[in-house]
Design a protein around this ligand. Structure first.
Ligand code: CMP
Length: 142
C-alpha cells in the first residue's frame, strides 16, 4: 500500500553537508518527498517528539544532540514507505547497519546516527502531525 513516513536528517548529517546525499537515497529508493523544512528544535520540542524515550538512560543526551543544530524534517511517500525507509536507513547502531545503508555510510555512533525514521504507520501519523499541518503535505500526482 502507498504509505507516508516521517524522516529527520539529524544535526550531525546537516553539519556534514549530507542533506542532498541523503535526499538522493530517498529518491533513488522510489520515495517521494511530499513535505520538507529545516528547523532548529527547542528542548521542549525535542522532549515532546521523543516522549516515549523519557525514561531511557540516553534521553538527556538524545535531547542535547537533537537541539545542537538544525535538522531537516520531511515526509516521504511511497509503496510500503515505513519499511522501505527503515531498510535504506539501516540499523539504529551504525556499527550494526548493513553496508550501503545511510547509517553505515554516513553515521558515526548510535547517538549521532544521521537519520530518524518512523517505526510504524501509527507513529508516522503522530510524528508527521507533530511537525506539519495537513496543508503542508503536497500531493504527488506525477
Ligand atoms: P531515533 O530513531 O531518532 O530514536 C531515538 C534515538 O535515540 C535513536 O534514533 C538513537 O539515535 C538514540 N539512541 C541512543 N542510544 C540508544 C539505544 N541504546 N537504543 C535506541 N536508541 C538509542
Amino acid at each position: 500500500a502507498i504509505e507516508r513516513t516521517f524522516s529527520i536528517v539529524k544535526p550531525d548529517a546537516v553539519a556534514k553537508n549530507l542533506i542532498g546525499a541523503i535526499y538522493s537515497r530517498f529518491e533513488n529508493a522510489g520515495l517521494k518527498i511530499v513535505a520538507s523544512k529545516m528547523v532548529h528544535l527547542s528542548r521542549a520540542q525535542a522532549e515532546g517528539f521523543y516522549a516515549e524515550h523519557k525514561e531511557r538512560p540516553f534521553f538527556g543526551a538524545l535531547v542535547d544532540f537533537m537541539t545542537s543544530g538544525p535538522i531537516m524534517v520531511q515526509v516521504l511517500e511511497g509503496e510500503n514507505a515505513v519499511l522501505a525507509n527503515r531498510e535504506i536507513m539501516g540499523a539504529t547502531n551504525p556499527a550494526e547497519a548493513a553496508r550501503g545503508t545511510i547509517r553505515s555510510d554516513f553515521a558515526n555512533s548510535i547517538d549521532e546516527n544521521a537519520v530518524h525514521g518512523s517505526d510504524a504507520v501509527a507513529s508516522a501519523e503522530r510524528e508527521i502531525a507533530y511537525f506539519f499541518t495537513e496543508e503542508e503535505l503536497c500531493p504527488r500526482t506525477r
